[in-house]
Design a binder for this molecule. Structure first.
Ligand code: HEM
Length: 402
């Protein structure tokens, strides 16, 4: 199979939007990713996306952003506010996992042990699904992923499915209204099961995908944002208060951080037919296309000669997203983007304003006086080409002593 790498903004964006290029990132993690929305192509993808789009509504995002996320974050940091230490990665990961599990249709209840079990399972699934980027013993990562999927099926998926099938049966017996059904991916796919022809295996994969994709990418983006914020404050100590009091400024910091640090530094596609990009690049059938997201997001033609620098005040050309291609583009573009980073500009004519989960979380921890823990420096995962964070400990100082 021949390989081509695209690094310019124009080619990267065109490739992501090209319908002759199928998803290729999960070919090595296919045991877990077969049948998952991000791995579907053509009509099958369109049908799944149309259904799931309905669940990602701005009014729901607004409730999570203004209510659920602050409540969760505050509950988690509250015991540590005076002098205690919190790992920002875990804080965001667990908060977003609760939300993403709810989107998927997993009933978690209040038992903290169940939640820890889900978090452990998701850590294994995340690693195994993105095994393409793993540097080291890939086979053992895949085996751990398969075992985690089996446990997920038994402990979480089967009980949730049984519960929802019973509710759907009540609707067909007219003892329950369709409006009372849970608004989650599992229920939606079960209700539309016959039209979609989705196999049991694909259904399991889809439900297992949401909790980790929603929590791991968002917590990584949040920690990257905090890292840039702490660096900024080191150079501009007086800006700390400005940031705490201006969520739209934090949001702009978030866009710029997302642009510089795409969750996946490379995307991958495979040509299902011969195709030509607008720039004239020819891609013949079966070619593997590597899209260098990091390079495209730093293309000087689009983001200027200082594109490598963190500058949240940079001028972004008309029609270009401030976060670059970090949420993808076109038909596979991230379904959770507005939940994570909000609206690029708040609509004047609507009541719903969204500034996004990462800016919301940043505001809360900064307002409680978070600083990098001088005794425990942050750590990155050297075994993954993604260089994900392993931990980012902070301590809380009284805001008045900062
Ligand atoms: C900072 C956080 C996030 C980042 C950087 C991110 C990034 C991305 C990217 C780049 C894609 C496109 C993949 C491709 O074209 O190959 C994508 C797709 C997707 N994302 Fe996200 N994502 C984030 C958070 C979330 C959240 C919170 C959810 C849901 C709870 C989510 C659900 C999805 C889904 C379902 C897709 C597949 C869409 C499709 O194939 O039609 N993501 N994401």
């Amino acid at each position: 199979m021949s390989i081509i790498t695209l690094s310019s903004w124009v080619d990267a964006k065109a490739a992501l939007r090209n319908r002759d290029l199928r998803q290729g990132l999960y070919d090595e993690g296919v045991a877990l990713m077969h049948g998952v929305i991000v791995n579907l192509h053509g009509a099958e993808h369109n049908a799944r996306r149309r259904l799931e789009n309905r669940l990602f509504r701005r009014d729901t995002f607004a409730f999570w952003e203004k209510d659920l996320i602050p409540h969760n974050i505050y509950e988690s940091i509250q015991p540590h506010i005076v002098g205690g230490q919190v790992d920002l990665l875990q804080l965001a990961r667990l908060t977003m996992m609760r939300i993403s599990a709810g989107i998927a249709g997993i009933d978690l209840g209040t038992d903290p042990d169940r939640f820890s079990l889900l978090a452990d399972i998701m850590a294994s699934l995340a690693r195994a699904s993105s095994v393409n980027h793993f540097i080291g013993d890939k086979q053992s990562v895949i085996e751990q992923g398969n075992a985690a999927l089996e446990l997920f099926a038994k402990e979480f998926f089967e009980p949730a499915r049984k519960n929802r099938l019973a509710l759907i049966e009540q609707v067909s017996q007219q003892t329950k209204s369709a409006d009372d059904l849970p608004k989650d991916v599992l229920t939606t796919l079960l209700v539309n099961h016959d039209n979609l022809e989705i196999s049991d295996e694909s259904l399991l994969h889809e439900i297992a995908y949401f909790p980790w994709v929603g929590s791991h990418s968002t917590s990584g983006a949040f920690v990257n944002l905090m890292d840039h914020i702490f660096e900024w404050i080191r150079h501009n100590p007086n800006d700390r208060e400005k940031l705490v009091n201006d969520i739209s400024l934090l949001q702009r910091f978030g866009f710029e951080s997302l642009r510089l640090n795409p969750a996946s530094p490379e995307s991958s596609r495979v040509a299902v037919a011969d195709t030509t990009l607008e720039s004239g690049v020819l891609i013949s059938q079966d070619t593997r296309v590597t899209i260098d997201m990091r390079a495209a997001n730093r293309d000087v033609k689009v983001f200027g000669s200082d594109s490598d620098q963190f500058n949240p005040f940079r001028e972004i050309p008309e029609g270009i997203a401030a976060w670059g291609l970090s949420f993808g583009s076109g038909f596979h573009a991230c379904i959770g983007q507005e939940l994570v980073s909000g609206l690029e500009s708040q609509p004047a004519d609507s009541e719903i304003s969204l500034t996004g989960a990462i800016a919301t979380m940043a505001q809360i921890v900064l307002s409680h006086g978070a600083i990098v823990d001088p005794q425990n420096p942050p750590r990155r995962d050297e075994q993954s080409a993604r260089k994900n964070w392993l931990s980012y400990p902070v301590i809380f100082r009284s805001p008045t002593t900062l």
